[in-house]
Design a protein around this ligand. Structure first.
Ligand SMILES: NC(=O)c1ccc[n+]([C@@H]2O[C@H](COP(=O)([O-])OP(=O)(O)OC[C@H]3O[C@@H](n4cnc5c(N)ncnc54)[C@H](OP(=O)(O)O)[C@@H]3O)[C@@H](O)[C@H]2O)c1
Length: 294
């Protein structure tokens, strides 16, 4: 079994980005700049936004968090986004999801300029991804593809089962895994909560990408020998051994499934760090496109 080590791959990519930023600074040019809008006080959202800012700062990007009151109106939020769209010193803009119920997430995502949409959620970028045209890829699927490429996992003609059909993970990764590229040439099946007899599908899968948010969902008796496991799930469970009182686990019963897997991502340290570094890569791409006026 080989661990798909997202922590070390993400570090390698961050070091590369850092060296690019140093070059930019030596040329006395402005640095890439990511802005994150946080609406309200959802603790998980705050943690995510802060860790994105930390990652930016570590590699020398400028980063700004705009923290808005949870009662901000949809129109006010759109006005702020449109202002940022026009700001030539800002390369990437993300609006941390979920948003309060009175705000339409689709409308907000659509308001972000597709050229600054480094989360890759804008319909234009999703459309381009669908067509195989260059675009900002959604960060988590982008990170998964990078891991598969780094470990040269054979996908050609393999049965890839994606469990979960969210717009941010399941659906985009299902498209990317069949896009007719060297490490993305699988026969893809998408499973969801209405799927019947999921064990029949998991037992037949050569690659399983699981993103549903249920701890220990995938167990050893559900997978075949040699399976490749990409565990996207992030679940907090109680733990007496940890000071915080909890620890993170994925959607896979890691200790049993790893006995049968050829490759497997740990949680934490697998897909999570790849998601953040993909956001940094998208921001750098947005910066280069702006500088080169593409
Ligand atoms: N590592 C990272 O960087 C990262 C990034 C994003 C998300 N995540 C984590 O990934 C997990 C999924 O998040 P998400 O936002 O993609 O998903 P989500 O929007 O929460 O949707 C979950 C998906 O799982 C499906 N599902 C639920 N129960 C199921 C079952 N018993 N059998 C089969 N499918 C089932 C749902 O089906 P229906 O569509 O039918 O409801 C849905 O499509 C969460 O733990 C989240 O925290 C991690």
């Amino acid at each position: 079994m080989i661990l798909l080590d997202g922590k070390s791959l993400s570090k390698k990519i961050r070091l590369h980005l850092h060296s690019q930023v140093k070059k930019i600074i030596s040329l006395k040019k402005r640095k890439p700049h990511l802005v994150a809008i946080l609406v309200g006080n959802n603790p998980a959202s705050k943690t995510y936004v802060t860790s994105k800012q930390k990652a930016c700062n570590e590699i020398g990007f400028d980063s700004t968090i705009i923290h808005l009151d949870e009662n901000i109106s949809q129109d006010e939020l759109i006005k702020k986004i449109l202002k940022i769209n026009l700001d030539s010193n800002i390369d990437g803009l993300i609006v941390q999801l979920p948003l309060p119920n009175h705000i339409d997430e689709f409308l907000i995502t659509k308001s972000i300029s597709d050229k600054k949409d480094v989360d890759g959620f804008h319909p234009v970028n999703l459309g381009k991804m669908m067509l195989g045209a260059p675009s900002f890829l959604p960060a988590t699927p982008f990170g998964i593809i990078k891991l598969i490429e780094e470990y040269e996992i054979d996908t050609v003609g393999k049965n890839c089962l994606v469990i979960g059909r969210s717009n941010i993970v399941g659906r985009p990764i299902s498209i990317l895994m069949s896009r007719n590229a060297k490490f993305a040439n699988a026969t893809v099946t998408v499973a969801h909560s209405r799927t019947k007899d999921i064990k029949n599908l998991t037992l037949n899968a050569d690659i399983i990408i699981i993103a549903l948010g249920k701890e220990n969902f995938l167990k050893a008796d559900m997978v075949k020998e040699g399976v490749v496991i990409i565990d996207v799930g992030i679940n907090r469970i109680k733990s007496k051994e940890h000071k915080s009182g909890w620890r993170l686990v994925g959607d896979v019963d890691f200790n049993s499934v790893k006995q049968k897997a050829s490759f497997i991502t740990p949680v934490p340290g697998g897909v999570g760090p790849m998601t953040i570094v993909s956001l940094l890569q998208n921001t750098f791409l947005a910066y280069k496109q702006k500088i080169n006026k593409i």
